[in-house]
Design a protein around this ligand. Structure first.
Ligand code: UDP
Length: 369
């Protein structure tokens, strides 16, 4: 007899589990998602007017060093070789980003070599900070106050809605600082964007006769799961438990869409570092594609804010109160028989797509009923 599997959420976590389990031929699988589309926050759509592939929930650039993940994901669609080269606007001037030799030379109006720049920044950084206790200390200990205030402080305060002193140092560890001219945002070997978009990849993953996909189907505590032998849950933990230990903090983002003729900003992403500019960045999606024949362009100003009950949660904040509530939720999760919580929302972790996929691959490999 085939076992019945319910997967809540049709993002990458849910799609990988569904795809892997479908190949075993041992399960009937239902994937449900409250949204009207699959793909979760990676969802992409071709904009009918401009014909540009739009990342509806903000830019997603796939990047990984994990060859297994890279090979796996490319069996569902072809990726282009987009490389993320971000620019940042600080006090009205455009700089190369993440901070590299070009940024340092331009910002300090010098022409240093790599070793001279390393020495120069070493003099600027706060050497009294041995072990950073928070984001700000991590930054000051790494690059010093001038670069921190120009490129990091304002952006971070806008993105996270609190002083960087309250944030964990780990967030900044995502950003490289380089003493050469490499301006590739990611330190990863494999990088790109699916030519037909992420939703097309996920559609291909879910394309199996043992998988039934239900969109517009919300899951809540009243949902009857008794007919399922196992449930993989990729939604948010606090909503699953009806917020009984309180709401976990997330930042969410909203977008202001604009269109014009030609090329608006000449690059896929430009960050805005200053606090007096209310948005964090502008993304222009035609630049994610390698096609050059679009007449019009579509771009989005991105604003960050606290998540209300009806907003889409994006970035887990993991502040002190969140961690306390999370521990309580985790104890309840351990007691839940026949449930697996996974993914960014299901584990309340700031995860990139590659990690989401590798964890879902591991979970499906170890799954036995
Ligand atoms: N950051 C910044 N200035 C920038 C870009 C990023 O200060 O122009 C900081 C910010 O605190 C952010 C962190 O670096 O949360 C990590 O950036 P990343 O690009 O990894 O964030 P993502 O948007 O991918 O979550």
């Amino acid at each position: 007899m085939l076992k019945n599997i319910l997967i809540v959420g049709a993002g990458f976590s849910g799609a990988v589990i569904a795809e892997r389990l479908s190949k075993t031929k041992k399960y009937n699988i239902v994937v449900m998602d409250k949204r009207c589309h699959i793909g979760g926050n990676c969802h992409t759509e071709v904009d009918p007017e401009t014909k540009i592939l739009v990342h509806k929930y903000g830019p997603h650039i796939f990047n990984t060093n994990n060859l297994d993940v890279w090979n796996y994901i490319r069996t569902f669609g072809t990726f282009n070789n987009f490389t993320n080269r971000i620019k940042v606007n600080s006090r009205g001037t455009i700089y190369s980003f993440p901070i590299n030799l070009h940024t340092i030379n331009q910002f300090f109006n010098v022409s240093l070599s790599p070793s001279e720049a390393a020495q120069f920044i070493d003099q600027k950084r706060d050497k009294s900070i041995i072990e950073a206790r928070n984001f700000e200390e991590q930054a000051l200990g790494m690059i010093g106050r001038d670069l921190y205030e120009a490129f990091i402080y304002g952006y971070t305060k806008k993105q996270w809605g609190c002083d960087p002193e309250r944030l964990p140092a780990s967030i900044l560890k995502r950003l490289p600082v380089r003493f050469n001219y490499n301006d590739n945002y990611y330190d990863k070997i494999y990088q790109g964007i699916p030519q037909k978009g992420y939703s097309n990849i996920i559609e291909n993953m879910l394309d199996d006769k043992s998988i039934r996909v239900l969109t517009d189907t919300p899951f809540d505590s009243s949902f009857d799961v008794s007919s399922f032998d196992h449930v993989f849950y990729t939604g948010s933990i606090d909503s699953f438990f009806d917020y009984k230990y309180g709401k976990l903090g997330y930042r969410t983002v909203t977008f202001e869409e604009e269109r014009t003729i030609g090329d608006y900003q000449g690059n896929a992403v430009i960050n805005y570092a200053d606090l007096d500019v209310p948005y964090t960045r502008i993304h222009e999606h035609k630049h994610f594609s390698q096609k050059t024949n679009f007449k019009k362009t579509i771009y989005f100003r991105e604003f960050s804010k606290e998540t209300e009950i009806h907003d889409e949660p994006y970035y887990p904040k993991r502040l002190k109160d969140d961690k306390e509530a999370l521990e309580k939720y985790q104890k309840d999760i351990e007691k839940k028989q026949n449930f697996t919580f996974l993914g960014r929302l299901g584990t309340y972790r700031y995860m990139d797509m590659e990690l989401v996929i590798s964890e879902a691959l591991r979970i499906s490999r170890n799954f036995k009923i």
